[in-house]
Structure formats: C-alpha cells, structure tokens
Design a protein around this ligand. Sequence first.
Ligand code: DQA
Length: 145
Amino acid sequence: MKILFLNGPNLNLLGTREPDKYGTENLNDIEIYVKSIAKDMNVEVQFYQSNIEGELVDKIQDAKNKFDAIVMNPAAYTHTSVAIRDAILAVEVPTVEIHLSNIHKREEFRKISLTAPACIGQITGFGKESYKLGLIAVVDYLNKK
Ligand code: DQA
C-alpha cells in the first residue's frame, strides 16, 4: 500500500511558524514520525510539500495509478482552491483532508473548506497526530474497500 502525503503552502515553515497554533515540530519531524508508524503498518509513505497551487495539482494528477490514497493538508488552499478540489475529484484517488489546528474553531474564512467535499473525510485539530490519524483512517478505508 502506497500513501502520498501532500502539504500545502507555508507548511515548510512548521516549527517556527505560529507555534502556538501549529506546534514546535517541523515538517521533517512529522514525516519521520508518520513514516515510523507507517513502517509498523507495512505501508509505504511519501511526503511532498509545495507553496505553489499548480504543483500540488500536478502531484494529485500524477498520483493516479502510483498511489493507493492521498492524505492532504492543503493549508491555505483549503479555503480557496477550486483547482485542488477538482483535481481530487478528477483522479478519484481516495483522499483524506487533515489539519494541525481545528479550522472550525478559528476565523470564519477558515471554517469553509472547498477541498473537504472532494475527500472521504476530514481530520482537524489534533496537531501532528492529525497526520497519524489521517494515515490510520485512509488505510482502514482501503482495507474495507
Ligand atoms: C492549516 C489550517 C489552514 O487554515 C492554514 O492556512 C494552514 C494550516 C492547519 O494545518 O491547521 O496553513 O491547514
């Protein structure tokens, strides 16, 4: 089983970026954490981060026939990107949306996700554990398919 973890804009700054909201661990720390859990589950995980919407769309398109599923933190594009939503719908690769912070507890504009309706479900507010829970959720989904 191969799972692609996609990370949107500014997540390359995790660790120093608003640590009260996003924690003190950087994306590489989270990647190591997720990969150690994935190894125990016999699952192969690949991480990718981009600040560019089109690059994320390309990665989603490219995931078809290469990955069994996607776990995605679209970051700010969650609230704006019709292109990412359409890409998820187009490729039909099962996708789980994740967020470090609880987007429903924050500003009004963050409560709206354009991407979540294209996904199996959304996990939000558990810090780096959202990444672990995203992995568990998507593997469970694939096993039951
Ligand atoms: C985020 C929440 C988004 O609203 C924000 O733009 C991010 C991070 C999260 O993981 O909590 O960049 O996706």
